[in-house]
Ligand binder design. Structure first.
Ligand code: ADP
Length: 216
């Protein structure tokens, strides 16, 4: 099955995506992560991408399509994809449909994580990612300790776009460009709304039940 995780920045798509991957043996495709990899690898294109991300805008569809081509055509990943942060506008949603059709696949469900803006801000401004193991923590809600994290604290990193000004722009971009996609998936009966304001494990229980019901 292929799943889309949908929701505003800071809704917990990355956290829930990692849990789904572990429990259902899927492969997570985070266009945000792919772009951050590109920034590290490729100086010229990377600088261009970073300046767009730091403004809270969307990177061009061409760049995103180039990053995804390998994934769609990879036989090992056939029907095992979970998309986090993609598609981000209607054009990308249509392109995703075309690519999946080409490789004889489809979207099984769209899980929309709903979270109030006030909580989003707290989640994003407190977010820390370990650049060594990839685990995500939060200074306010779930600080990294010796019990839940075995890497050196020096690896804990704040994203350059996780500041108040960029977050406000990211949220605007979400409202204007990304949110309109929901109707596209609602019309196809693929949309499931999830309360993203609960505890991480409670949210995952909701998600697990939905995915399990699709498998039968
Ligand atoms: P968040 O979940 O907080 O939005 P991401 O890591 O998914 O964070 O994305 C960070 C930034 O990367 C976005 O604000 C945007 O600039 C860029 N980006 C990520 N995915 C896409 C995409 N599919 N299309 C265009 N830009 C993207």
């Amino acid at each position: 099955m292929n799943i889309i995780l949908f929701g505003p920045p800071g809704a917990g798509k990355g956290t829930q995506g990692d849990k789904i991957v572990k429990n259902f043996n899927l492969y997570k495709v985070s266009t945000g992560d792919l772009l951050r990899e590109e920034i590290k690898k490729n100086i010229n294109l990377g600088n261009k991408i970073k300046s767009i991300i730091d403004k809270g805008l969307l990177v061009s569809d061409n760049i995103i399509n180039d990053l995804l081509i390998k994934i769609f055509s990879d036989k090992k990943l056939y029907n095992r994809l979970i998309f986090d942060g993609y598609p981000r506008n209607l054009e990308q949603a249509r392109n995703l449909d075309t690519c999946l059709k080409k490789y004889k696949q489809k979207i099984s469900c769209v899980l929309c994580l709903n979270v109030e803006k006030k909580l989003i801000l707290k989640r994003i401004l407190g977010r820390q990612t370990c650049i060594n193991c990839g685990l995500i923590f939060n200074e306010y809600f779930m600080p990294a300790t010796s019990k839940n994290h075995s890497c050196d604290p020096k690896f804990l990193n704040k994203r350059s776009d996780d500041n108040e000004k960029t977050v406000t722009n990211r949220f605007e971009t979400y409202l204007n460009k990304t949110l309109p996609i929901l109707d596209f998936y609602k019309e196809q009966n693929l949309l499931h709304h999830i309360n993203g304001m609960l505890e991480i494990d409670q949210i995952f229980d909701e998600i697990r039940a939905i995915i399990a019901s699709l498998e039968t």
